[in-house]
Design a protein around this ligand. Structure first.
Ligand code: HEM
Length: 507
C-alpha cells in the first residue's frame, strides 16, 4: 500500500515533466511557420493513438477543442483536419489546385496497380484522360440516359424479390445485402453487360472484395507512417492486401478473357465500357495506351466507388424512415399524389418529388458514406491564415460539417423539412454549397454523383411506394456506426417489408 503511494508521488511530476517537454518541443518545431494548433503528440507515433476507434468521430471531438482547422501527425506524416464549411471551401475551391491529389498508402498502391485508374491517380494528364473517358463512356448524362433501362430493370427485380420473399407471410430481410446486390448488378451491367452477382457465390465474392478493399483503404497502416515499421507487417495487413489483390485480379482476368473470347466470336455488335477500354488498349494511336492494369484499376474504382457507397446510403435512409414513420408516410403521400398507385415510381418522376429528394439529402448530411475527403497538398500554402507545408495529408471532415450547429439547427435530428420549407436550406449536393458536400467538390468531385442520385432516389422511392417497413422484432432500429472508409451501419439492417401495393407490370 505504502509503496503504491510512493509510486504515485513520483509518477505525477514525472508525467508532468514529460508532457511539458513534449509540448515545448512541439512548439519549437513550429519555428517561424504559423502552423495551425495541434494536440500534444507522442514520440514516434505522433497522434496516431488519437484517431481510434472511428477516425471521423475522433477528429470531430478534437476539433471541438482545437477549432475548425488543426494539425497533427500520423507517425512522421504531417496532417491537417478541417471541419467547417468555410475551411472546406478554401481547400476544395479557393486553393483547389494545391490540393488536387491524394496521398498514396501501401494498400492503395498495391490494390490500384500503382495508382492506375481514377480515384488515386495523381492530378495530371493521365488522371485527366481517365476522368474524361469515365464521363464520356459511362457516367455522363448521355450514357446515363442510354443505360436507364438497366437501372429500371434492377429496381423492378429488387421489388419483385421482396414481394416473393414476403409471399409466404412476414419475413425478415437483410436489406444491406439486397441493396448491395442492386448496386452491384447495376455497375456490372453498365460496365460489362453482365451481372457479376449471377450466382450467390459470385455475389458473395464481389461483395467481400469490395468490402475488403474499402476496409483496407480506410485502415491506418503503421508501415505508411512510421519509418521503422516500413518493412514489418505488425498488423498483418500485408497478407490481407495481397490476398484481396490476388482475388480481385483473378476475377478480372476471368472476366477479361471471357470478353475477349466473345469479341473474337461476334466481331461487331453493341459495345459496352469494357469493349471501349479494350479497343483503346489495342489502338496504337490512342492518346493514352491503356494497359491491362489500367483497365482493371478503372473497374476497381467503379466497383469500390459505386457499389457500397450507394447501397449504404439507401440502408441508412431506410433505417431513418423506419424510425420516423411520419416522414415515411409523408414521402408516400407525395409519391401517390404524383405517381398514383398503378405504376412504379420512375426516374422521370424525381424532379416532381422534392420531399423524397430532401430525405436523401438529409440522409447524406447525417450519414455521409464517405465521411472524410482525403487530399494532399502539392506545395506550401496558407489556409485561413495558417501555413500548410507541402505533402500534408488533408482530411476534410464532411461528417462533422454536416452536424455543425453553426450551419444547421437541431443538427442531430433527421428533418428533411429543413430543405423543403420556405426559408429553409436551399442547397444541392453537387459541390457548390460547402455545408453539404457528400460527393466532395472541385476537379476531384465524385464522377458518379448523377448515377448515385438517380439510383438512390428511385430505388428508395420504390421501397417507400410498395412496402410498409418494420424493424426486426418491432421497435426502432439501432443507428450506431461501424468501421471502414465508407461508414457502414454497425448492425446490418434486418427488417420486414410488408407489401402494400403492387404496381409492377405482370411477368
Ligand atoms: C452515394 C453514393 C456516393 C458517394 C456518397 C460518393 C462520394 C464520393 C466522394 C466524397 C469522393 C471524393 C471526392 C473529392 O475528393 O472531392 C468520391 C470520389 C469518387 N467516386 Fe464517388 N460516391 C458515390 C457514388 C459513386 C459512384 C456510383 C461511382 C461510380 C460508378 C463513384 C466513383 C467515384 C470515383 C471514381 C471517385 C474518384 C474521383 C477522383 O479522384 O477523381 N462514386 N466519391
Amino acid at each position: 500500500m505504502e509503496s503504491t503511494d510512493h509510486m504515485r508521488f513520483f509518477a505525477v511530476p514525472v508525467v508532468l515533466l514529460v508532457l511539458s517537454f513534449l509540448f515545448l518541443s512541439s512548439r519549437r518545431r513550429r519555428g517561424t511557420l504559423q502552423l495551425p494548433p495541434s494536440p500534444i503528440s507522442l514520440p514516434i507515433i505522433g497522434h496516431l493513438h488519437l484517431l481510434a476507434p472511428i477516425p471521423h468521430q475522433s477528429l470531430h471531438r478534437l476539433s471541438q477543442r482545437l477549432g475548425d482547422i488543426f494539425s497533427f501527425r500520423l507517425g512522421s506524416v504531417p496532417c491537417l483536419a478541417v471541419s467547417s464549411a468555410s475551411a472546406a471551401r478554401e481547400i476544395l475551391r479557393t486553393q483547389e489546385l494545391a490540393f488536387s491529389s491524394r496521398p498514396m498508402s501501401k494498400a492503395v498502391g498495391y490494390l490500384t496497380y500503382g495508382a492506375s485508374g481514377i480515384a488515386f491517380a495523381p492530378y495530371g494528364p493521365y488522371w485527366k484522360y481517365m476522368k474524361k473517358l469515365c464521363m464520356s463512356e459511362l457516367l455522363g448524362a448521355r450514357t446515363l440516359d442510354l443505360l436507364l433501362p438497366i437501372r429500371r430493370d434492377e429496381v423492378v427485380a429488387l421489388v419483385r424479390t421482396l414481394y416473393d420473399m414476403s409471399k409466404e407471410g412476414r419475413t425478415t430481410v437483410d436489406m444491406g445485402g439486397e441493396l448491395v446486390r442492386l448496386t452491384n448488378n447495376v455497375i456490372c451491367r453498365m460496365t460489362m453487360s453482365r451481372r457479376c452477382s449471377g450466382t450467390e457465390g459470385d455475389l458473395e465474392e464481389v461483395r467481400k472484395i469490395v468490402a475488403g478493399v474499402a476496409e483496407l483503404f480506410g485502415k491506418f497502416n503503421l508501415a505508411d507512417y512510421i519509418g521503422i515499421c516500413k518493412d514489418w507487417d505488425l498488423q498483418g495487413l500485408d497478407k490481407r492486401i495481397e490476398d484481396i489483390h490476388r482475388r480481385f485480379d483473378s476475377m478480372m482476368e476471368r472476366i477479361l478473357k471471357e470478353k475477349e473470347a466473345s469479341r473474337r466470336k461476334q466481331g461487331g455488335g453493341m459495345k459496352d465500357l469494357l469493349d471501349t477500354l479494350l479497343d483503346i488498349s489495342e489502338d496504337a494511336s490512342a492518346e493514352v495506351r491503356l494497359s491491362r492494369h489500367d483497365i482493371k484499376a478503372f473497374l476497381l474504382d467503379m466497383f469500390v466507388g459505386g457499389t457500397d457507397t450507394s447501397a449504404i446510403t439507401m440502408e441508412w435512409a431506410l433505417a431513418e424512415l423506419i424510425n420516423h414513420p411520419n416522414i415515411l408516410r409523408k414521402a408516400r403521400d407525395e409519391i401517390e399524389a404524383v405517381v398514383g398507385k398503378k405504376r412504379l415510381v420512375a426516374e422521370s418522376d424525381l424532379a416532381n418529388l422534392p420531399y423524397l429528394q430532401a430525405i436523401v439529402k438529409e440522409t447524406m448530411r447525417l450519414h455521409p458514406t464517405v465521411p472524410l475527403i482525403i487530399r494532399q497538398s502539392s506545395r506550401v500554402c496558407k489556409i485561413k491564415g495558417y501555413d500548410v507545408p507541402a505533402n500534408t495529408t488533408v482530411f476534410v471532415n464532411m461528417w462533422a460539417i454536416g452536424k455543425d450547429p453553426k450551419q444547421w439547427s437541431e443538427p442531430l435530428e433527421f428533418q428533411p423539412e429543413r430543405f423543403t420549407e420556405v426559408g429553409g436550406h436551399n442547397v444541392d449536393v453537387r459541390g457548390q454549397h460547402f455545408e453539404l458536400i457528400p460527393f466532395g467538390s472541385g476537379r476531384r468531385i465524385c464522377p458518379g454523383t448523377s448515377l448515385a442520385l438517380q439510383l438512390v432516389q428511385s430505388a428508395l422511392g420504390a421501397l417507400i411506394q410498395c412496402f410498409d417497413w418494420e424493424a426486426e422484432g418491432g421497435g426502432t432500429v439501432d443507428m450506431a456506426e461501424g468501421l471502414g472508409l465508407t461508414v457502414p451501419r454497425a448492425k446490418p439492417l434486418v427488417c420486414t417489408p410488408v407489401p402494400r401495393l403492387n404496381p409492377l407490370p405482370l411477368d
